[in-house]
Design a protein around this ligand. Structure first.
Ligand code: HEC
Length: 224
């Protein structure tokens, strides 16, 4: 009798083992993320207008990249080429790239284009800039274009991150030009479309005079 009892216990134990042995396999199956996760991460709420986001975040972030390469004229030393050399130099380039790649997605959150009461330089006979209402109307007509400009800037951010990994200063020259273009291409659609032609001609003339890499923006002449 006693032996039989132990057999039953042993058999039960075995079946339990088999049972728990199959558990981990089941648990390893990926469980779909519950919908509630989204709610947990929370909604995105804007604080500032597009104009302020540009001035206080996107523009300063871009300077980490723009300022990392360039040609300067020094009174004593003459022509000086600046490229990132130390780890700290590369850290700054990486910071700029991350801030741009992540930060530009803040432009996907609906927000005012300018602070209340600010009409941009949109009045007068030949206004330089679109008014916030005009920009909004343009975006509502073509949200896909707005998104494409956002993605274009994000892609340059990713390009710069790859360059930082390789620490290839030569490639930064092109990336800096690409960054400039990503900013300009959105501005020329949504901010000051009238300058499209003017700037194209100015850039062309500057490049003819001073060679490539001396666009209007590089010489601090274009309003970005
Ligand atoms: C997806 C479109 C888009 C991209 C990309 C973009 N901008 Fe802008 N930016 C705008 C718009 C729209 C305005 C004008 C907002 C207004 O004044 O109503 C603006 C305005 C600005 C201003 C003016 C801020 C002020 O205080 O007057 C600066 C500076 C600026 N952008 C810099 C940049 C730089 C630098 C980049 C690239 C690194 C960039 N922007 C990329 C859309 C964009």
């Amino acid at each position: 009798m006693g032996v039989q009892k132990w057999l039953v216990v042993a058999a039960l134990g075995l079946s339990m083992c088999a049972c728990s042995a199959s558990k981990p396999a089941e648990a390893a199956k990926p469980t779909p993320a519950p919908v509630a996760t989204q709610a947990l991460w929370g909604e995105m709420k804007p604080i500032v207008s597009v104009k302020e986001l540009m001035r206080d975040m996107i523009d300063p972030a871009s300077d980490y990249v723009f300022d990392s390469v360039g040609i300067f004229i020094d009174k004593k030393k003459g022509r000086i080429e600046r490229i990132p050399k130390t780890d700290e130099d590369w850290d700054r380039v990486r910071m700029g790239a991350v801030m741009l790649a992540e930060g530009v997605y803040l432009l996907k959150i609906p927000r005012p284009f300018a602070p209340a009461g600010d009409e941009n330089n949109s009045t007068g006979p030949e206004p330089e800039e679109l008014s916030p209402a005009q920009i909004k109307a343009k975006l509502e007509r073509d949200p896909v274009l707005w998104n494409a400009k956002i993605e274009a800037l994000r892609n340059v951010g990713l390009e710069v991150l790859e360059i930082v990994k390789r620490k290839d200063a030569n490639e930064l020259w092109d990336a800096s030009d690409n960054l400039d273009a990503a900013c300009e291409n959105c501005h020329l659609e949504f901010w000051y479309p009238g300058e499209k032609e003017f700037l194209r001609k100015l850039d062309k003339r500057l490049e003819d005079m001073y060679g490539p890499r001396t666009g209007a923006r590089k010489l601090g002449m274009s309003p970005r």
